[in-house]
Design a protein around this ligand. Sequence first.
Ligand SMILES: Nc1ncnc2c1ncn2[C@@H]1O[C@H](COP(=O)(O)OP(=O)(O)OP(=O)(O)O)[C@@H](O)[C@H]1O
Ligand SMILES: [Mg+2]
Length: 379
Amino acid sequence: MAGQPDFFPLGVATGVAHCNRTKERAELGRNMLDVRHTWLWGRRRMGKTSLVEQVVEDLHRAGREVAATTIDLLVAHDARDFEAQLLEAVERLGVLIAPKGRSAARRLGEAFGALKPEFSLGALGLSMKLSPPGRAGQGVVEALLGLDRAAGLHDRRAVLVLDEFQQLGAINGGASLEGALRHAVERLVNVTCLFAGSQRHLLAPMFEQEDRPLFRLCRKLTLGRIAAADYRDFLRQASDRRWGDVVADRVIDRILAVTARHPYYVNALCSRLWNGSTPPEVEAVDAAWERIAMEDKPVAAARVVGLAASQRALLRAIAKAPDGVQHPAAHQFLAPIRLATSTGNRAKEVLEREDLIRRENDDRWRLVDPVLAWYLRRL
Ligand SMILES: Nc1ncnc2c1ncn2[C@@H]1O[C@H](COP(=O)(O)OP(=O)(O)OP(=O)(O)O)[C@@H](O)[C@H]1O
Ligand SMILES: [Mg+2]
């Protein structure tokens, strides 16, 4: 394996490890350059971070460099904390967009005047420290508008990614921060904001409900699963590069079936299979999948334990259906598990909201998480 590129990282996938997403890459790249703020929804580990990093790389290769950084709201616990995170991100971006040289600090000083920037020169180059004003929220506005001015002065584009953005709604003072963000974001002409998140039922209302400050401020981009055809091409190429031989179609089909084309699990499985000295057979796929599923079983079990009995029963019945279920809340489906239609309906709504089940393109409902499906099928 020495010298082989890593086609199946468990972390961020860019370059040779990045499968397809051609349409999403082109669209997000245009949005970043044209300052079209975007909200990006994708289930956990579906590839949001990989997409964003790949797009930044695509733009770099095309000679349209953008300065990008991410803040993760999963850890923000109140308004001050959010503001501090945002200020740090702006400090990083400010330095990134400024050209090297003596005049950088002076020009950044002009752009960020209201936040009293202080500069220091260390081993890693220039760094900037901003002081937040008295009121949380005001700092958010000043920092973003300052960054926009700085980017304008240097004719640069900056991209700020706010990951797990739905968490803003859950923190103390979140509503007024949403208002502050709107005030700043709608004035930006050189800085693009990308609001990403995994919990659709919390994220979507922030952008789609009229009474929310960020209503109609952004384009929407949804990150679904990678198409089977794209994965097939990708796996064939990766096998050719690894063994000079193409893995059999039945093996590829098995990989895509057991992982439900969940990118994280495709990578977890294939990184093991690609360690072998010859292309794998179906039995090797099953054995490796079994080991991965066993390792992740405790997480799946914990999710099941947290559900109400009716939700658990419905989830298990859907998992056990060999090819998904067209009407999981219909009497015929619910009668064998002894659930009334009203209870079944409510359970289905919860399972959908919690992203445990989804309706696929063939109109059939299946479980989202392949390990959870594997676990429930054996119970
Ligand atoms: N386009 C892709 N091609 C191949 N593998 C991918 C692709 N996108 C993501 N992956 C793989 O899927 C997994 C999850 O990717 P990533 O961390 O980008 O997702 P995420 O949606 O940001 O996750 P989280 O919800 O944890 O933030 C990783 O193993 C990554 O290598
Ligand atoms: Mg991520």
